[in-house]
Write a protein that binds this ligand. Structure first.
Ligand code: G3H
Ligand code: 13P
Ligand code: ZN
Length: 311
């Protein structure tokens, strides 16, 4: 089976009241852990690659690894560019075999976001590739861009029809209170998502797939485990999983998760090395790290996404 686009996945997800997990990938073990979870629970998957991941692992390696994942599992998998910073990067991913791209013009003035997104859509659609755009700005850190909480801004529902109509995007990322990274809210804060904005966006764009970025929940057991075995993470809380589940039952069809995978992998790695100080064969410590990724993705599929047994 070749790579699939997100079009059919999102149609079924919208109708079925569930979401597809979009997991960031940087190396073989992360890809294997994610697809083993998808295989175990018969879940469609989006594997997404950031600009930083391409710089780290090399575009060609990532494409070949994802092709190998499809060959060995037979799963429907979309390979997606996460936070495409410009037209050139999107074009390079489209030419280089991705089935889906995001053009992130959320930091641009509105008209420039429309123009850049439309340009990417025209090229992508001519090559059978789906496109995600973004309106509104999340707080947090992604690649080399850091957005302070004060500079973050919720999506304006009154802009979404104009944006989708003029650009032709296939899905839209919106800002309703999620944020990137492991430090979303301080202990004692009460995370809230703006479901009123999501509802209004859904009303204005019936049947249209919405995307949530910054949707990690920062499980406390992993933060504790990392710190117990020599780490030094600050205390923080993420997005409550029940809120994400609720969003997935609404118009949200794609939920982006990266930080929780990083935490799960690092916690397993630190524990293993602390308990086995004599180990220096990467296969010894990457085996539990890969298993931790699989367990985390299975947990997300079952409790947050609701996409088990959808293939
Ligand atoms: O939103 C950003 C993702 O977590 C990717 O992170 O740019 O460090 O690869 P990265
Ligand atoms: P998290 O940092 O919450 O995992 O978000 C990841 C993301 O949005 C990737 O685009
Ligand atoms: Zn993101």
């Amino acid at each position: 089976m070749p790579l699939v686009t997100t079009a059919d996945m999102f149609r079924s997800a919208y109708e079925g009241g569930y979401a597809i997990g979009a997991f960031n990938v940087n190396n073989m073990e992360i890809i294997q852990g994610i697809v083993q979870a998808g295989q175990a629970l018969r879940a469609p998957l989006i594997l997404q690659v950031s600009k930083g991941a391409r710089a780290y692992a090399n575009h060609a390696y990532l494409v070949k690894l994802v092709e190998a994942a499809i060959e060995t599992t037979g799963l429907p998998i979309a390979l997606h560019l996460d936070h495409g910073p410009d037209y050139a990067t999107c074009k390079s991913c489209i030419d280089g075999g991705f089935s889906s791209v995001m053009i992130d013009g959320s930091h641009l003035p509105y008209e420039e976001n429309v123009a850049e997104t439309k340009r990417v859509v025209e090229y992508a659609h001519a090559h059978g590739v789906t496109v995600e755009g973004e309106l509104g700005q999340l707080a947090g850190v992604e690649d080399d861009v850091s957005v302070n909480a004060e500079d973050a801004s919720y999506t304006k529902p009154e802009q979404v029809q104009d944006f989708v109509g003029r650009t032709g995007v296939d899905s839209l990322a919106i800002a309703i209170g999620t944020s990137h990274g492991a430090y979303k809210f301080k202990p004692g804060q009460n995370p809230q998502l703006r479901f009123d904005i999501l509802e209004e966006v859904g009303r204005r764009l019936p049947g249209f797939p919405i995307v949530l970025h910054g949707a990690s929940s920062v499980p406390q057991e992993f933060v504790k485990q990392i710190n117990q075995y020599g780490g030094a993470l600050d205390d923080a809380i993420g997005i409550p999983e029940e809120m994400l589940r609720q969003a997935a039952k609404m118009a949200v069809c794609k939920i982006n998760i990266d930080s929780d995978l990083r935490l799960a992998l690092t916690a397993a790695l630190r524990k293993h090395l602390a308990e086995n100080p004599g180990h220096f064969d990467p296969r010894q410590y990457l085996t539990p790290a890969r298993a931790a990724i699989q367990a985390m993705v299975e947990h997300k599929i079952e409790t947050v996404l609701g996409c088990a047994n959808k293939i």
